[in-house]
Design a protein around this ligand. Structure first.
Ligand SMILES: [Zn+2]
Length: 334
């Protein structure tokens, strides 16, 4: 089974399957989680099991027609409602079409799965049409909805589902997994990668193995220089070079500023950017809590605008943010 590669998923898998085995499963499961913990692998394994015709305990048989159709990504009763790219939304039309199809094929009696891999992309109208169906669901139909820790999800939709929280493994287990997957260079690097990804081992692995780690070192070096010289505008090329990474950079800045506040309160065990200790101490010694806090707030607003304002001018917004930050940067305590 694919989830055997991710040991922290085994218990949630068994729990959810058990609910089905004893006939107590809720028809709509809302899984709340963070990226990089493996929710898609978990859901894939569960839906495969549901559509298997010759289940062997908690395992799917891997040989029946249902399993064959699943592995060839061709199962007619498996509806994976995904958007083509990150700017598209799932509207009422596609949801209604899917539900209509399910009602038409209801006489065939087999299990059916409707899976929404990210609730963020469902439009308001889409949610409304889904609510009606969840109230009177078609027979033998299982809904899986994945919510990446967004508080914005409709509370009515939440109330129609059974909420399940898929948590990351403990740091100790995360480190063990990184070691087993040849991603472990040293404790500091692995712990930092885990902490800046909210404990998500799969995402931490991606950061360590990819180019993002060296980008991070270079980014912080330049950030430290820019703060020192009170020339934050110099950082603009970092943000405009790779639009995909802008949000990640903003998160790193916020984590770093939070860490500097934590340092002031001696909350050393909660530091996320363990690889930036010198920088954190520098910020914590030279800047006030008010400044650090206001900086975090301004970056959060900037991030929100970048993510949610349609047609936003990235370069202009980031230029403004960097210049504002530079203007508000107090002189060091000497
Ligand atoms: Zn099977």
């Amino acid at each position: 089974m694919i989830i055997n590669r991710y040991p922290w998923l085994i218990k949630p898998y068994k729990n959810i399957i058990h609910q089905h085995q004893v006939g107590k499963a809720h028809h709509a499961l809302l899984i709340n989680t963070y990226p990089g913990i493996g929710v898609l692998n978990l859901c894939w394994s569960i839906t495969r099991w549901l559509l298997c015709k010759k289940k062997q305990g908690i395992r799917s048989c891997g040989q029946c027609h249902g399993c064959y159709l699943m592995t060839s990504n061709n199962h007619p009763d498996w509806y994976y409602l995904k958007t083509k790219n990150n700017t598209d939304l799932l509207g009422v039309e596609i949801i209604r079409n899917t539900i209509d199809k399910i009602f038409y094929t209801a006489q065939q009696n087999g299990e059916k799965v409707i899976w929404f891999p990210n609730t963020k992309y469902i439009t308001y109208a889409g949610i409304c049409s889904l609510l009606k169906t969840l109230e009177e669901p078609p027979k033998n139909t299982w809904f899986f909805l994945i919510n990446y820790n967004s508080f914005k999800l409709s509370s009515t939709l939440r109330s129609r589902c059974l909420s399940y929280y898929l948590s990351p493994p403990s740091e100790e287990k995360g480190i063990y997994w990184l070691k087993k997957n040849n991603c472990y260079q040293n404790e500091l690097l692995s712990l930092t990668a885990l902490r800046i990804t909210e404990g998500a081992p799969i995402l931490a692995k991606k950061i360590i193995k990819g180019t993002l780690w060296s980008e991070r070192q270079l980014f912080f070096l330049n950030l430290e220089n820019a703060i020192n010289k009170k020339d934050l505008f110099n950082l603009l090329p970092f943000f405009t070079k790779n639009k995909m990474h802008v949000i990640i950079y903003i998160d790193w800045i916020c984590y770093l500023l939070f860490d500097s506040i934590k340092w002031k309160y001696s909350l050393f065990a909660y530091i996320k950017n363990l690889d930036q200790e010198k920088f954190i101490i520098y910020l914590s010694l030279n800047y006030s809590i008010t400044f650090l806090d206001k900086s975090i707030q301004s970056w959060i607003i900037c991030k929100h605008q970048l993510m949610h304002v349609i047609g936003v001018n990235y370069e202009l917004l980031l230029t403004e943010q960097l210049l504002r930050w530079e203007k508000n940067l107090p002189h060091h305590k000497k």
